[in-house]
Design a protein around this ligand. Sequence first.
Ligand code: C2O
Ligand code: CU
Ligand code: CU
Length: 500
Amino acid sequence: MIRRRTFLAGLSLGCASLMVGCATKTSRMSAVGQEELRPLPIPPLADSSLGQGRRVFPLHIQRGTFEILPGKHTPTWGFNGPFLGPTVRISRGEKVDLVVSNDTDEDTAVHFHGMLLPADMDGGPHSAIAAGESWTSSFTVEQPAATLWYHPHAHGKTGLQAYRGMAGMIIVDDEISAALELPNTYGVDDIPLVLMDANFHEDGSFDETLDPVLGLQGTVILVNGISGAKFDASTNRVRFRILNGSNMRFHNLALDDDREFAIIATDSGFLAKPRMVRNAQLGPGGRVEIVVDLKPGETIALMSKGFADNLGVPEDANAPDFKLQEQNQLLAIHALGQGGELPPLPTVLDDSADAPLDLEGAIHRSFELDTFSINGQQMDMSRVDFLIDHSLPEVWTVTNGNSDWIHNFHIHNSSFQVLEISGTGVEFDVFGWKDTVTVPPGATVKLAVLFGQYRNNHYPYMYHCHMLYHEDSGMMGQFMMVNKGEIAQLDTAFTRHHHH
Ligand code: C2O
Ligand code: CU
Ligand code: CU
């Protein structure tokens, strides 16, 4: 089995001649106040219309150009616009139709990451949308408030299509989120931050060269689609919903003065109570919601501070450099608000987040992640790895069999809690309800997994590494949620040529 040191280093991309500073291992002097910073773009809220008791959202995938780097016009992909996508805001209990039309010249698929929904509405690779065609995901929102996202899931092409700009946020609201005294005015004090990174050619076009170890890891960090962003905060308390939409990069988020901030939610929704921290770690695909308190007039910066322990990846010449120790400024934040005391944050967010799980008699499964495979197998769209025919939690044990690769495991149609970590001395964030989890080299994480309750023996759900180059290279498997006694009858007409 290929373990390590087969695909080797020797490929440092170097900093090229970009106008945007390249990060270094030593802290780049805080760029706060720099004149060349541009205002943070805020993705618009997605338009919808009401019809027959359903909310219908058109999501039109199109090509365009976008000024990602100042003065350069990059050919890009986006939803309802040239680059990235609008924020889809939906409420628990609503019936929604997400109508995805594909105006690119490639097949794609659009997945709703973190949603609990029927397998044929999940947007996995089995629900491919041919160029020029459309596909509708219809479901009822049946989960707690959370920050989720949508992104491509085309077989073997997810990384590239995401890199070109196919990503947007989903905000699920519920009665709890509506009642909490938290910043919640979208674009004012409730701010989406979509983190990505990219490499560019001199003319501003994307460099889509795949590195044999890092895939499409970029050297330039983008926040909501631009490099070098600043945000003028009109309030003294700001909530940031942060999505790591990058292909391959892990972030260790902090404020430049190392002040405390509150984490209020992880991937799948609120914590039971705010957690005061100085760092928040986010692997590819993950989300975190934080609340930052500002002093009127000050300027601070949200940083990606790097992982001092390199997340357990050896720092020798043979191990890949996942750029885990880079430091980058993500966003300058300038507080324009007036004086005045801020009220304390709510002491309780969502009590039920702490409710004990009953794992008596739970089914256990084990997964070994190893280079581009899981349990020794690579993704095969026509193989269903296992069936789940009950509605109880399961215990999944996920091991990283690589000694110098890092992975970030994700399960569709689920949320989980990390029960236990072993095999590593590295510390990393595992609290709260999640749908992605970092697995450092050699580590084992034990998860208590809850699944959505739909049944369909024709369509599978995926589990995979969310480092998109790993996923596209085969590190993915499929499970089905079926009624007791049903067998898998996989629908193998993978690409839909629906009416327009
Ligand atoms: Cu973001 Cu298959 O997932
Ligand atoms: Cu997903
Ligand atoms: Cu991986």
